[in-house]
Design a protein around this ligand. Structure first.
Ligand SMILES: [Zn+2]
Length: 596
């Protein structure tokens, strides 16, 4: 693999737009430190006057914009070559600065909360420029009924630092302490049945290997199930207790409050999907038929249904395809995305020491950047269009919204990326030349919906059960969790699927359960994206302009309102039903290709 210094500049991102050298970057760290000190000097007087409040809030914005720029520079520069000690040093200096600023400015939120909406409106009358912060303050004031006295808040903070231990213990146990067993692979060589080999083993054509791997992996979690149940129970109890202490009706209410997501959105996802399991079960039947098995197990879900000699793409080809695929979003969108390629917003190829994976990040006042590790596969095409979907969301939001309202939350973030993936899927399908190519695309699309919609909703379903156990003061023990898990598999996957005993322990390997009520957003996100992409392709102009408005709106409204204006109402079953319909149509098309 090439060294960073050997990579052609036109294949790398141009960080000189952020800083031309490390001296100016370091100088800006000092500027930020000075701004934080100036803000900290306002402690105790934040809400004294309209004029003073405006001065401090706009200083806070200027600091935030500069911080976004130094953070982007430090991270992108470091990720380009993580083995370079100079880049590492620049990154660590920022880390240190940020944590000291965090402590210094921790007073701001509680102090702002001593105001209420009426006080703030009076301030706006005195100083109309303060209306810039109306949305920020509205969101903040929503917490008012859930903020405790100063002493209680201090106690909660200390308790919170202990609460993180459950996750940490789970991590230490599963990453550091447990020794996963070694099994034999297809060629009789040693293969460790650990998480790192998950995809590789489960995509193997050798069924015997898949079974050995899966049973060895889950059997290991089973051995430690009492410890893992204790960490999970401890974590869940903490979240239930924290919700109660802050006057929330449940831990679910507390988790959804920051983005003002109605509980119905969560319940609606699960209840709608529970009524729409037939297409999923039909898909499992098709797998069984194509693979020619009499029974279907979890370890049969990932082996590709279509074995095709993979086509590879150059980056120039990938660029053309991706730009053509977003044509339905209009020329302006396309032209803005072209800038990412032509103006070096993208770091394209892997090099020695470069961060793995892919991401996009917005930089307010500059432009977004994206890291890729392009290897020329079809998956890479989807990765590019996904990350550039995030990048365009930031681009539109940052160039439309004031800094304070520009950043969008997770609930809407994956919509922009997944809409683009859907457009690419339709583009490639339309331009496919052979039946195998179509079958592969259809099959990937189905697996995407299965793992993002059905599987994440399944997890959300289980998570709600776990929290309700604690809320009802019932014991959280392995037998209860396994029994619930078995019944959910029976419900979701149906009678054609064999739930092996080891599968009933699967919950014990899912790290996301330590971050309550997070994964449902993958399921709602893909549903919203499928609905929007369909609208864009079928209804054209009006759907496109509503969608572009959504991108431009950033975080200026509640996510549910933003999506409703874009054309999907997540509090109704419709978007979920449309996603299921898309799954059903794709399944029928795949059946045509595979069975004729
Ligand atoms: Zn993403």
């Amino acid at each position: 693999m090439k060294l960073r210094s050997e990579v052609a500049p036109q294949d790398t991102w141009d960080l000189s737009e952020l800083y031309t050298d490390s001296q100016t970057y370091l100088a800006d760290l000092e500027v930020i430190r000075g701004m934080a000190d100036e803000l900290a000097a306002g402690k105790g007087h934040l809400a004294d006057s309209a004029e003073g409040l405006y001065r401090l809030l706009s200083l806070n914005d200027r600091m935030g914009i500069l911080a976004e720029r130094v953070c982007a520079y430090a991270r992108l520069n470091f990720d380009s070559d993580m083995g370079d000690p100079e880049r590492k040093d620049l990154y660590e200096r920022l880390d240190y600065l940020l944590s000291s600023i965090g402590e210094k400015l921790a007073f701001m939120e509680p102090e702002l909360l001593t105001l209420d909406l009426t006080d703030f409106q009076k301030f706006i009358e005195e100083k109309p420029e303060l209306s810039l912060y109306s949305w920020m303050m509205t969101k903040l004031f929503r917490q008012k009924n859930h903020v405790l006295s100063t002493e209680q808040e201090e106690l909660m903070t200390r308790m919170g630092s202990v609460a993180g231990s459950f996750d940490k213990i789970f991590d230490d146990l599963t990453v550091n302490d447990i020794v996963f067993p070694t099994i034999l692979d297809e060629e009789g060589k040693d293969l460790v049945a650990n998480e790192a080999n998950y995809r590789k083993a489960l995509e193997s054509k050798d069924r015997g290997l898949r079974e050995r791997y899966y049973k060895a992996l889950l059997g290991t979690y089973e051995k430690y199930v009492n410890t893992i149940t204790s960490t999970l129970a401890g974590n869940t109890k903490y979240h239930v207790l924290a919700a109660k202490s802050r006057n929330y009706a449940s831990s679910l209410h507390r988790a959804l409050a920051p983005n003002n997501i109605p509980i119905e959105v969560y319940d609606n996802l699960i209840s709608t999907l529970r009524g729409q399991l037939k297409p999923l079960q039909d898909y499992l039947d098709l797998r069984k038929k194509v693979l020619d098995y009499t029974d279907l197990h979890f370890y049969d879900l990932f082996v590709p249904l279509v074995q095709r000699k993979a086509r590879s793409y150059t980056f120039a080809e990938a660029k053309d395809i991706v730009l053509a695929a977003v044509a339905p979003l209009g020329e302006a969108y396309q032209a803005n995305m072209r800038r990412a390629f032509d103006e070096r917003w993208i770091d394209i190829y892997p090099n020695k020491g470069k961060a793995t994976g892919a991401y996009a990040t917005g930089v307010y006042g500059i432009h977004p950047y994206s890291l890729l590790n392009f290897a020329g596969t079809m998956d890479d095409l989807f990765t590019i269009i996904h990350e550039l979907g995030h990048a365009m969301h930031s681009f539109y939001s940052d160039s439309t919204q004031p800094f304070v309202d520009a950043s969008y939350c997770i609930f809407t973030a994956e919509v922009a990326s997944t809409v683009n993936e859907n457009l690419l899927f339709h583009y490639l399908l339309e331009h496919s030349e052979t039946s195998e190519e179509r079958a592969e695309l259809l099959s990937q699309h189905l697996d995407g919906i299965r793992s993002t919609l059905y599987r994440q909703a399944f997890f959300a379903d289980f998570e709600r059960f776990m929290h309700q156990l604690v809320e009802k003061d019932e014991p959280m023990i392995p037998q209860v969790l396994c029994a619930q898990y078995r019944s959910l598999y029976a419900l979701y996957y149906g009678t054609g699927f064999t739930t092996d005993d080891c599968l009933t322990f699967e919950w014990s390997r899912i790290p996301h359960f330590y971050r309550p009520f997070y994964v449902y957003q993958y399921a709602t996100g893909i549903s919203a994206a499928i609905s929007l992409a369909k609208g864009i392709l079928q209804d054209g102009e009006t759907a496109v302009s509503a969608y572009l408005n959504f991108l431009k709106s950033g975080g200026s409204k509640d996510p549910i309102d933003l999506l409703r204006e874009a054309g999907v109402d997540m509090s109704t079953p419709q978007p979920i039903l449309r996603a299921v319909e898309d799954f059903r149509e794709t399944l029928d098309a795949l059946k045509d290709e595979l069975l004729g």
